[in-house]
Write a protein that binds this ligand. Sequence first.
Ligand code: FES
Length: 172
Amino acid sequence: MTRTERPSETRRTFFAWMIGLAASVVGLGLAIPLAGYVIGPALKRRDTSWAAVGPTGSLRTGEPEELEYASTVKDGWRTVTAKKGIWAIKQPAGEVVVLSPICPHLGCGFRWAAGDHTFKCPCHGSVFDVTGKVLAGPAPRSLDVLPSKVEQGNLLVLYKEFKSGLDHPVEL
Ligand code: FES
């Protein structure tokens, strides 16, 4: 036995479909931006800002100095303030070159050996000159230079970290 739909039932079915479709469109319209808002920050690269390290007046030309400062990094949902170290080298013309304190071989900290005017990494024996160029050891690239500027006598740094073990710097 077949049942033929009456016109009012056909209309009711049509409107039910239309309401379902409209609800889906509205739901998607809300879900997509909401998902972007929730997931977006977690996918974003770490966001650092210029940090004041301190006055440059006490730096001696050509003599690297290890300096510490507080760096604020926005990483996904978290904003983290941590102590960071850098190597600052005042140049003859007055500008300051800033080196990352992390050895590009496998990430150890290195020291300035004033006696032979080189940076030395204790982990696997890499040696770098005052500009960061590799002189010896397994380090695959020069020490990483960090963006820096001097404003009204104060050194500002944009802290970055790079992948270890590569022959060119790749930012983390
Ligand atoms: S981590 Fe510096 S030489 Fe290996």
